[in-house]
Design a protein around this ligand. Structure first.
Ligand code: ATP
Ligand code: MG
Length: 252
């Protein structure tokens, strides 16, 4: 078995608006592992994911994915690597004027020369995985929030990415739909050995799906460990975050 981590982040520093949003962040994510990143709103979670897809260039540090430092790649090389990195955005970002089927097929039509029949087959297969079988002809406005998230996930998995980055996949969903999404994340991990980074402040989801949990606070990773270790953490920031207490080092 290949013991090299799938993703290695070293000394990542990202400056935005004149301050370090991320400062010397170090993370390793093993192949087929799910890392959950939690932290307060505005702490830099989405920024971290955007750095990992090459959408943002950090001020300093390296992000090695499959042996390549994505912070140093040329646009063409980055595009190639990106086919293997799926991102599920914080808002589903479906095109309102396109049907679900057209939305899911979008990347395949843009980036491949697959025949239409094959595209239709892949779209149907991915919709079935997210439990939206046969919903190709509906428009996003006809779907609930949870269904939109699933359609967005179906679009992300059309290229069979080995890495999937999820930005708050369960935020705003009811507990049952959150669980459906969590089950899907775990299914993709189990069936296709997908390596995942999931940003969330939904603690129940974090403890359920995470093999590792990292807590981001004031630009740095203040704690990292298994769900059990995080639950037992003596770090006052982590304790306050997971108990939701108004009292502690985190100023509200
Ligand atoms: N383009 C930008 N220019 C300046 N500051 C920015 C920019 N993008 C993000 N920021 C700032 O960086 C910080 C981190 O933002 P980010 O969106 O990564 O937070 P987050 O942890 O994902 O928050 P949330 O949980 O609310 O989604 C915020 O303070 C935000 O205001
Ligand atoms: Mg965010």
């Amino acid at each position: 078995m290949n013991k090299e981590p799938m993703i290695t982040i070293r000394n990542l520093t990202m400056r935005l608006g004149g301050r370090d949003v991320l400062h010397n962040v170090n993370l390793e994510i093993g192949r087929g592992e799910t890392l959950v990143v939690m932290g307060l709103s505005g702490v830099g979670k989405s920024t971290l994911l955007k750095c990992m897809t090459g959408l943002l260039k950090p001020a300093n540090g390296t992000i090695i994915i499959e042996g390549k430092d994505i912070t140093k790649l040329k646009p063409a090389e980055l595009n190639e690597l990106r086919k293997n990195i799926g991102m599920v955005f914080q808002s589903p970002a479906l095109f309102d004027s396109l049907t679900v089927g057209e939305n899911v097929a979008f990347g395949l039509r843009e980036h491949t020369r697959l025949p239409e029949e094959e595209i239709q087959r892949i779209v149907a297969e991915k919709l079935a995985i997210v439990d939206l079988e046969g919903m190709e002809s509906l428009f996003p406005s006809q779907l609930s929030g949870g269904m939109q998230k699933r359609a967005s996930l179906a679009r992300t998995i059309t290229t069979n990415p080995e890495v999937i980055l999820y930005d708050e996949p369960t935020t705003g969903l009811d507990p049952i739909m959150s669980n459906v999404i969590n089950e899907l994340i775990m299914y993709l991990q189990k069936e296709f050995s997908v390596t995942s980074v999931v940003v969330t402040h939904d603690l129940e989801s974090a403890f359920k799906i995470g093999n590792q949990i990292a807590m981001l606070y004031e630009a740095v990773i203040v704690e990292k460990g298994s769900p059990e270790e995080i639950k037992k953490s003596e770090n006052p920031v982590v304790k306050q975050f997971i108990t939701g207490s108004a009292l502690g080092p985190i100023k509200v």
